[in-house]
Design a protein. Sequence first.
Length: 363
Amino acid sequence: MKYDFLNIVGLMTGTSMDGIDISLVHTNGLELRRLNKNYFYKYSQETKKILLSSLKESLNFNLKRKKYLDDFITNEHYLALKDLDIVKKCDLIGFHGQTIYHNPEKKVSIQLGNPRMLAKLLNKDVVFNYRDIDIALGGQGAPIAPVYHQFIIESLDIELPCCFLNIGGISNLTFWDRESLIGFDTGPGNALMDDYMSSKFDKNYDKDGKVASKGTPIKEEIAEFLKFDFFKKIPPKSLDRENFLIFYNELVSKNYSVNDIMATLAELTIESIAISLEFLPQKIKNAIITGGGYRNIHLMNRLKNRLEIKIFNEKQLGINFDYIEAELIAYLSARSIYNIPFTFPSTTGVSRPSSGGYLYKYL
C-alpha cells in the first residue's frame, strides 16, 4: 500500500519540563525527510513551577483543575507556534502533551493537553493521545520511540546489533539487530540530577556535569538503589519520574556533600543503563546516545568507560539530536492516520502490534 508523504509538525515536551521541542518533517510513517525546521520554546520559571506541581497532584485532580491544566499547557503550545511559518505549511500537527503520571501497573498514563483547543486555535488537524490504545490492548503505553529509533538505525551505516539510548528525564533504550526490536525504560536519566540542581542552585541542569565531576559516588547508596524490583524485571517495562522519589528524598536528606550527591545521582543513571544491557539477546557493538544526557560531558565519559562500546555522536551521524523526539511525534502521527503499528509486544508488552493516537479535526 502506498502512503502519501505529509508535512507534519511534531511537538514534544518531556519529563525535564523545560520547554517544547518543535520540528517540521516530511514523512509517511515509513520514511522521514528532515527539513531543518526546528525550534525550541523555553518555558518560563513560573510555567515550569506549575507543571512540576501538577506531578504531585496528578491522581487527585478534580475535573475543573484537570481542564485548567489541559488548557494551560495547550495555550503554551499555541504561544510557541502562533508566529511560526511552518504552521501554515504543515498538513498536520502531532501533539504529545505533557506527561504528568505514568503507572503501567495501574494501566494509567496521563498527558496534559487539549487537542480540540489547539486544532481550533491553529486551524490545523491535530493527532493526540498516542498511548491509550496500547494500554487498552494490554501494553504499558511506553516506550513509544523504538520504531522510530529502528528507522534511524536502518538509515545509517552502523554495524549491528546497535542500541539507541535516549537519556532524557527517564532513560530508555532500543535494541535492533534486523530480527529483534526491543525497547524499554532503563531507569533514571537526568530528572533526579536536574531536580537536585534546581533545589540547590536554582539551575535547570548540571552544565557539562561539572558539579558531579567534583564528587565521589556513594557506593552503599548505589547498591541500595539497585535493589529496586524494577531492575530485576524482564522487559518490556516502563517508568515514571516519580518512581524513585522516596529514594531520592532519603538520599538528599543525608549529610553528604552536594558534589557527592550529584556524583551518586549520575552513577545511578550509568549503572541502571549498564544493568539493562544484560537483558538484550546479544552484546551490542555500537550505541547512539541522545537526550539531554548526551550534553553532559561527565556522564558521557563515565558511560563510555563503563560500557566499553563505540558511541556515535551527532556530528558523525549528521543528525541534530535535540529534536529527535519532536521528529518522533511527527513520524508516529503519520503512522496514526495511516493505521501503521508503532507499538509491539517486544516494546510495550501490548497483545498485538498496534497503532495509536486520535485525530482531532479543526473543522
